[in-house]
Design a binder for this molecule. Structure first.
Ligand code: PEP
Ligand code: MG
Length: 325
């Protein structure tokens, strides 16, 4: 089985009726990059930079970050590299950075909120990312965006970082693409407005499911309520993709659901541009993609969207799967 899938690494990721779906890798370490490369990933759709900040005693300097980002960009040989700015808080902590004790850490001081509060750290990271953009197809992505103001502020810090690099005479890609993660219901509801500010969306289903259903993704006691195929979640996805389409920006998905072969007809039906997933899912999803018609997926999605329960939705997807197999 493993060898059979291996053989697919160099196949074009397209449906029999010609829809290409870029399959990229989520990575959170350099070791994972090697696995991504051998899985035939179309670049890296989510580079979780937290690891660079963990297991150490102080924040990484611009130069250290730049070296890592550049080396990843170069190894991708022109393939895209989406670098997500620091996403700590919630469940992720740094030994040397004291976060406040919070009643609700997932609703608290985390991700872009920390970056916009600690501009010094944020500017350092953005400078490192910009410098790496000179060496490959690097894009930057902001996590946990909830408003247009946050995107504008973040892009403002990005401009400051550019000005500093200009003064220092260091090269970077002036038109590096910027994107936001759509992982909060608020972001979904203003997707149309956010789309005017950025070049791409990447839907983070892990947080989006958690916040749409008010189900802590780390709490075992309620894990049965954590349901990505909930009709509410699917409506969130549809609104986001349609808003991105109307504004002409690219829309991808980078949460766990992107790597679930059962969800593939949804992505094809919605007509997203790309999926980013952990490397070990790429060949499995590709294998399914090569056998799934986009036109049929659109028809299935219509039934899915007309269904009232997640059980019914999952049954429809399973039945369709049975026909494809
Ligand atoms: C997500 O929330 O779906 C996501 C991809 O980000 P993370 O899992 O790192 O929060
Ligand atoms: Mg997230």
């Amino acid at each position: 089985e493993h060898n059979r899938l291996r053989g697919l690494a160099h196949f074009d990721p397209s449906t029999p009726d010609g829809k290409t779906l870029r399959l990229s890798a989520n990575i959170s370490s350099l070791k994972e990059l090697e696995i991504a490369l051998s899985s035939g990933a179309y670049g890296v759709g989510l580079f979780r930079t937290e690891f660079l900040y963990m297991d150490r005693t102080r924040f990484p300097k611009e130069e250290e970050q730049f070296e890592v980002y550049r080396s990843v960009a170069e190894k991708l040989e022109g393939g895209p590299l989406v670098i997500r700015t620091l996403d700590i808080g919630g469940d992720k902590h740094l030994d040397y950075f004291e976060l406040p004790e919070e009643e609700n850490p997932f609703l608290g001081y985390r991700a872009i909120r920390i970056s916009l509060d600690r501009r010094d750290l944020f500017r350092t990271q953005l400078k490192a990312i910009l410098r790496a953009s000179h060496y490959g197809d690097v894009k930057v992505m902001y996590p946990l965006i909830s408003s247009v103001e946050e995107v504008r502020e973040a892009n403002g810090v990005l401009r400051e970082a550019m000005e500093e690099l200009d003064r220092e005479g260091k090269p970077y890609n002036r038109s590096m693409e910027t994107g936001v993660m759509i992982e909060l219901p608020a972001a979904v509801m203003i997707a149309e407005l956010l789309a005017r500010e950025v070049d791409f969306f990447s839907i983070g289903t892990n947080d989006l499911v958690q916040f749409t259903l008010a189900v802590d993704r780390m709490n075992d006691k309620i894990s049965h309520l954590y349901e990505p195929f909930h009709p509410a979640v699917l409506r969130m996805l549809r609104i986001t993709v349609e808003a991105g389409r109307r504004q002409g920006i690219s829309v991808g998905v980078c949460g766990e659901l992107a790597g679930d072969p059962a969800a593939l007809p949804i992505w094809l039906g919605l007509n997203v541009d790309g999926l980013s997933m952990s490397s070990h899912s790429i060949l499995q999803v590709k294998e399914r993609l090569l056998r799934t018609q986009q036109e049929e997926s659109k028809a299935v999605l219509q039934h899915v969207m007309a269904s009232s329960t997640s059980a019914e939705i999952k049954r429809l997807l399973r039945e369709f799967q049975g026909e494809v197999d």
